[in-house]
Design a protein around this ligand. Structure first.
Ligand code: GRF
Length: 212
């Protein structure tokens, strides 16, 4: 048995091919490492897609610098400029529809989304969460898993529904917790898996959307 090999389930047998390539929009609020991993998976040719638009809500987030480096169009929609959550989501829908975005990926998007966004992209709004859902929903998922003393945690890519972290699970990866792990060390291990898992989750949702 290979103790270092993480378990990913269910996976895909091969990368699907899309003609024309899938058009992806990303929402991010922070570091943006998942955004960058997704873009790089399209450069490598694993995910047959173009990440054509990033929307951020935080003017100081690192995701903006990553978009500049990668040449991805980035727009700032600062949530503080909107009176209601619905107004922000309306603007997101408007910008993404104008660019013919097919799949929206929430990659560290720290806003609660409204029905407007969920219903405008049914089956095509995806989130990545750092736990094996339905365990440890919400913020502090990694800290809560450590405190609970579980021996295995991981990450999940799922469809977004109206309740937080509750939509259909598309794919998950397991990460073993070592007795010496801190929040930082465990976060690093989970992120390694997230970067591999997110393109797979997108491919699963995209196959359903495009058919095949
Ligand atoms: C990830 O751990 C993701 O699971 C959670 O937010 C984090 C975003 O990390 N939703 P990054 O900004 O992509 O580095």
């Amino acid at each position: 048995m290979d103790f270092d090999k993480p378990l990913i389930s269910p996976s895909i047998k091969r990368w699907p091919s899309f003609s024309p390539p899938l058009n992806i929009g990303v929402l991010a609020s922070g570091n943006g490492s998942n955004f960058e991993a997704l873009v790089r998976s399209t450069y490598k040719g694993s995910l047959n897609a173009t990440v054509s638009h990033l929307i951020v809500n935080n003017p100081n987030c690192e995701a903006i610098n990553r978009a500049l480096k990668l040449g991805v169009q980035c727009d700032l929609l600062d949530h503080r400029d909107f009176n209601k959550r619905e107004d922000l989501d309306n603007e997101i829908v408007k910008l993404f529809k104008a660019k013919n975005i097919e799949i929206i990926v929430m990659a560290g998007w720290m806003r609660i989304v409204t029905d407007k966004l969920v219903e405008s992209f049914p089956g095509r709004l995806i989130n990545i969460h750092p736990s094996i859902l339905p365990s440890f929903k919400g913020i502090d998922a990694i800290k809560n898993a450590l405190n609970a003393g579980v021996k295995i945690t991981g990450c999940s890519v799922h469809l977004v529904s109206k309740e937080v972290d509750s939509g259909e699970i598309l794919v998950q990866a397991a990460v073993a917790i070592d007795k010496h792990d801190s929040i930082e060390s465990l976060s690093r291990k989970i992120q390694v898996e997230e970067h591999k898992l997110l393109p797979i989750g997108v491919a699963i949702a995209a196959k359903r959307w495009r058919g095949g």
